[in-house]
Write a protein that binds this ligand. Structure first.
Ligand code: PLP
Length: 406
């Protein structure tokens, strides 16, 4: 049987990560995968998470199955975090999922169930897993413009493309800190998107994965909340991987808004049925940690402070990279990067230039130019800037250090 298995396509991100693991050059920088690293290069367990884990270990009495919707207190906490304390919680159904990816897949399956002919529109460029997840659910995918030729937000192009979206379609948007570009819509552009959704009738599907890491938790959720207040139906996938640092605990939530209570009941049961055939019930640990934090005033404020520190470090890294690129004579590229937000930046470099960056400087980003700006220790920013300047052509400023070419 197995010899008939076709050669599977390799995952480009994990291939790069594997290449990095074999790279022994001392100056190597792994900026491929989107994880936050502190100034020592470690992806830390947040102090609030550690404290919640201690409390949970002390009081846990059972690991009995949870229901198909997972941890209900967690779901309520996610609805209130994402939609806000006075958000439309009364017209929301929520189920705990296996991280943000699980929420994306569950919601994609729900779309397929309710509108089998729907097209889902994603940004170009998009998070690398959006198209595969949607296509695996049997949906048709089309793209809308996201960036103009200078790498700025192309709201006009996006709205133009979305005029082709039909009433039965779904438009997948990233709530903040767009992956891979780091480029977000202005709030005014978000309002124009909401207007178009209202007039055309298509359903917004918002992927919220980086809230708290762009402009702050409330600011990062502002557009999602505005949309939720305006449109009758909406899908939201939430990830706790980045803002709670719970990457391997696979913690997330699928939220669906509908004006009808009867529909909400059907939505929740449908999501449960879909989960039942995939993994039955989501893992409890991460959800219990998040709930413990969000339900305790002291832990919640400790978590918010830590999140602010993480965001501050990401912003400082980006500002520093911009300053160094300016200093090396690359004001245009620096300006492009200065407009980006969140964990990722897309460098204005070609795939070939990214290869040179990898081969000559041991700096690993994706072929599309994406780097994880949250993955660089602050003292390595000058090295990163010199590498970028070198591939852009100011060779003198950037000759690799001997260790980097050894
Ligand atoms: N959505 C976006 C835009 C992402 O960048 C990611 C992860 O990188 C996810 C969803 C899924 O995250 P996870 O499944 O780790 O929670």
């Amino acid at each position: 049987m197995l010899e008939l298995l076709p050669t599977p396509p390799a995952d480009p991100l994990w291939d790069l990560a594997a290449a990095y693991a074999h790279d022994t050059r001392p100056d190597r920088l792994n900026l491929v995968v989107g994880v936050y690293r502190d100034h020592t290069g470690v992806t830390p367990v947040m102090t609030a998470v550690r404290e919640a884990e201690i409390r949970l270990a002390e009081r846990s009495v059972s690991k009995e199955y949870r229901g198909l919707s997972g941890n209900l207190a967690f779901n309520r906490a996610m609805v209130s975090t994402v939609l806000g304390a006075d958000g439309p919680a009364d017209r929301a159904a929520a189920v705990q999922t296996v991280a943000g990816t699980g929420a994306l897949r569950l919601l994609a399956d729900l779309v397929r169930l309710t509108r089998p002919g729907a097209t889902v529109w994603i940004s170009d460029p998009a998070y690398v897993n959006h198209r595969p997840i949607l296509e695996a659910a049997g949906l048709t995918v089309r793209t809308y413009s996201w960036l103009d030729a200078e790498g700025r937000s192309d709201a006009a192009g996006m709205l133009r493309d979305l005029r082709d979206a039909r009433r039965d379609d779904v438009v997948l948007l990233q709530g903040c800190c767009h992956n891979p570009s780091g480029v977000d819509l202005s709030f005014e552009a978000w309002q124009a998107v909401a207007e178009l959704a209202e007039s055309s009738g298509w359903v917004p599907f918002v992927d919220v994965a980086y809230h708290g890491l762009g402009d702050g938790l409330e600011a990062d959720l502002r557009a999602t909340r505005m949309l939720a207040a305006r449109v009758p139906e909406m899908l939201i996938s939430v990830s706790c991987s980045k803002n709670f640092g719970l990457y391997s605990d696979r913690t997330g939530c699928a939220i669906v808004l509908s004006p009808s209570r009867r529909t909400l009941g059907h939505v929740e049961t449908s999501l449960q049925n879909i989960a039942r055939t995939l993994y039955s019930m989501p893992p409890e640990h991460g959800a219990a940690v998040v709930t413990t934090i969000l339900e305790d005033e002291e832990l919640r404020s400790a978590w918010r402070s830590e999140l602010d520190v993480m965001r501050g470090r990401i912003t400082a890294n980006r500002d520093d990279l911009v300053a160094h690129l300016n200093g090396l004579g690359h004001a245009d590229q620096a300006e492009t990067i200065s407009r980006q937000k969140g964990m990722f930046s897309t460098l204005p470099l070609t795939a070939d230039q990214m290869r040179v960056l990898r081969e000559q400087f041991a700096i690993y980003g994706t072929v599309s130019g994406r780097i994880n700006i949250a993955g660089v220790a602050a003292h390595r920013i000058p090295y990163l800037a010199r590498g970028i300047a070198s591939v852009l052509g100011t060779v003198d400023a950037a000759r690799p250090t001997p260790s980097a070419v050894s």
